[in-house]
Write a protein that binds this ligand. Sequence first.
Ligand SMILES: Cc1cc2nc3c(=O)[nH]c(=O)nc-3n(C[C@H](O)[C@H](O)[C@H](O)COP(=O)(O)OP(=O)(O)OC[C@H]3O[C@@H](n4cnc5c(N)ncnc54)[C@H](O)[C@@H]3O)c2cc1C
Length: 429
Amino acid sequence: MPTRPRPRRYPARYSAFSLLRHGLAGDHLVPAWRDRELKNSYDVVIIGGGVHGLATAYYLAANHGITDVAVLDKGYVGSGGSGRNTAILRSNYLTPEGVRFYDRSVRLYERLAADLNYNVMFSQRGHLTLAHNDSSLRTMRWRAEVNKLEGVDSEVVGPAEIKKLVPYLDVSAAVRYPILGALYHPPGGIIRHDAVVWGYARGASGYGVHIHQNTEVTGIDVAGGPNGRRVRGVRTDRGDIAASTVINCTAGWSTLVAEMAGVRLPIQTFPLQAAVTEPVRPFLDAVVVSGSLHVYVSQTDRGELVFGASVDPFAGYSMRGSLEFVEGLAGHVLELMPSLAKVRLLRQWAGLCDMTPDFSPIMGRTPVDGFLVDVGWGTYGFKAGPVSGEAMADCVATGRTPDIIAPFGVERFAEGRLLGEKGAAAVGH
Ligand SMILES: Cc1cc2nc3c(=O)[nH]c(=O)nc-3n(C[C@H](O)[C@H](O)[C@H](O)COP(=O)(O)OP(=O)(O)OC[C@H]3O[C@@H](n4cnc5c(N)ncnc54)[C@H](O)[C@@H]3O)c2cc1C
């Protein structure tokens, strides 16, 4: 085991005088991470500079002292789902395996600002999943019981309690989709997604990890032998790189990258859209989700309302917003909060989601020795960044699959051990 490196120190804060001095001197822009020369060999190459790739690099260095690591991204850091998501964190899933996994992530997020010395603005404001009919109320009760058994704070609350938490919600019975109850999850909330990505990039770079933006992986070298296939490195548009470990953290592009190593994944890629309004006075504390209406809403610290929904109804790689999406979204939002009728939408966008058949991720080793995957994050993977990074780093450093990700291996599809999370993950967040 190499000795643990000391991270590079960054100034924790500026005083008014140092700000003035830096401002006048024109040297106030301190790059968050260093640009370095691309080497032709690394111990570990991570493909994808989103939260998963960067968190894996950070924990490899911080927890295991493995720093000969390169994170390669064909665009810029955070240009995939990690910079496009609606930043909702929660752990109130349906299966015990899922609840345990996401709970570990929420706990890591709770201390992330201190660990990275970077303000990630995690606001645990509570999360409500509304039930508009008996069958969804039953699923909420089921989730609440599984959550409690795993030590996660969740309970089913009725309309009066919901009204107290979100006074602007229409909880009357005289509406098309009456609210019968909700799953209330106090630890859930929102975070500043780009700060998380930059914080991990800065932390990893401080330990000596190389982050190479605008570096596209175009092929993966795999050697065949009597004992099976083994990864040798990657080919990029900037030259070949040798590596004995290559990790695929490319979310919406994960099948294309896995196929470069000859690994097929049971994943389909769908666009997911979201939209944001002009800022309005703060009135909404909790995150509100409606599975039946396929919509969710939260309010940022700046006052904007962030809306999301389910994936587009067709597979594809387009990242364009559509008018159909905005029309459907607006209708559903107004079913819940008619008082928002005059608020103006500011912008909409889309990202790519790699959906598995059981709405759970695919993590760990593959049939190609040294080629690992951390993919299948669908519409819900931002919240899993820290735990995935921690577990993938453990997997590389120890050569063993950590218990917390063992249920998510790719072999589960061949063995018929699916881990159905659709009841807790059908609406994208
Ligand atoms: C609109 C929207 C809302 C969402 N809301 C939430 C939410 O509220 N909560 C939540 O938990 N999740 C949410 N998600 C899902 C979440 O954004 C993703 O699951 C998560 O960001 C995936 O992170 P990642 O690091 O695995 O991948 P990404 O952040 O997508 O990073 C993958 C990177 O790989 C790079 N790449 C791809 N191919 C190559 C190649 N050949 N060579 C080099 N680099 C390559 C890409 O440029 C990209 O930067 C949402 C997603 C969207 C689109």
